[in-house]
Design a protein around this ligand. Structure first.
Ligand code: ATP
Ligand code: MG
Length: 301
């Protein structure tokens, strides 16, 4: 068995996270969530971050894993991710040479995290098919994992730890997690859109090469905050949209040597109209324009 595990360890595939410094504003809800994650990890309790798109879940988990300095593997689930994506599969060329043996088997990211005692990040876990997730059940609780292709059980290393992230259930494309998985995830951490002062810091941290005047930053935050609480909005703009507004405006300012409020309106047009969803019976442009008018910025023609 040892030889088999050594062999698999040597076959590290592309799913392992590249070493690159994660830049995050670790304040407010992010600091709280980080500390909860740390306590959950030390207590051996698998955790899940829950929050709307673009609230920093993935970034926080990457930062956490980087600080721990352990092997880090992740999978972003969609309905086409299969259990073989997690566990691994035979390489047909190697099978031709070595037969259906461990040498011809290419381990998947979940198996590698189990063997190496690493962190496994189940990103967008509630977009997965229930049968796909079922292969993880024994590893999460009984610390053993069955490899159907090799017809063998392996022991999961004591250092193995899983963090998941997901959007709330009401978001499009999500499924209800099975009771079995929900029961094995012990700590649930909720993130939301950050308050304005924190979002300003996040925007600036993501625009290091631009000089965004304070007035423009305020203006971006006002537009975004008003849209998030607008009665006609179904899918509000995320932090990604705030960052995109700032970067687009910053780039224009660099090229033209000045920033005007017309540039803010233009940025709103190109960034926001296709990213927000509004209630039936209205359209994104009239919702965005109502906010722009309220702020005295004019409107998108
Ligand atoms: N605290 C933060 N510090 C710096 N940047 C942040 C922070 N939070 C979010 N961001 C930025 O916001 C964007 C979205 O973050 P991220 O991808 O982590 O969101 P998410 O919650 O995983 O979204 P989704 O549900 O769509 O996967 C990224 O560009 C990220 O860099
Ligand atoms: Mg994410």
């Amino acid at each position: 068995m040892t030889d088999f595990l050594t062999l698999l360890k040597q076959k590290q595939i592309g799913a392992r996270e590249r070493k690159e410094e994660v830049k995050i504003v670790l304040e407010g809800q992010y600091k709280v969530a980080y500390e909860i994650l740390l306590d959950a990890y030390n207590a051996g309790l698998h955790a899940c971050l829950v929050g709307p798109p673009g609230t920093g879940k993935t970034l926080l988990v990457r930062k956490f894993a980087q600080d721990l300095g352990k092997p880090f593997y992740w999978v972003t689930f969609t309905e086409i991710v299969r259990s073989s994506t997690l566990i691994g599969s035979f390489d047909p060329v190697l099978v031709f040479q070595k037969g259906f043996s461990a040498e011809a088997f290419v381990p998947g990211p979940f198996l590698l995290a189990c063997i190496e005692g690493g962190i496994f990040f189940a990103n967008e876990i509630n977009r997965a098919d229930e049968f796909t997730l079922n292969v993880m059940l024994d590893a999460l609780e009984e610390k053993r994992l069955f490899l159907p292709q090799l017809r063998t059980w392996i022991r999961v290393d004591d250092g193995f730890y899983m963090v998941a992230a997901m959007n709330p259930y009401e978001m499009k494309g999500t499924r209800k997690l099975s009771e079995a998985i929900r029961d094995r995830i012990r700590i649930w951490i909720h993130l939301d859109y950050p308050p304005p002062e924190l979002e300003k810091k996040i925007i600036l941290a993501n625009c290091p090469e631009y000089r965004i005047p304070y007035q423009i930053l305020e203006c971006i935050i006002e537009i975004i905050s008003k849209l998030r609480t607008h009665p006609e909005i179904e899918k509000p703009p995320s932090i990604r949209a705030s960052i995109a507004l700032a970067r687009f405006i910053g780039e224009r300012a660099k090229r033209k040597g000045e920033i005007t409020f017309e540039d803010v309106v233009e940025a709103a047009k190109y960034v926001l109209l296709d990213t927000i969803d509004v209630r039936a019976g209205t359209d994104p442009k009239s919702v965005v324009n109502s906010v722009l008018r309220e702020l005295g910025l004019g409107e998108i023609p």
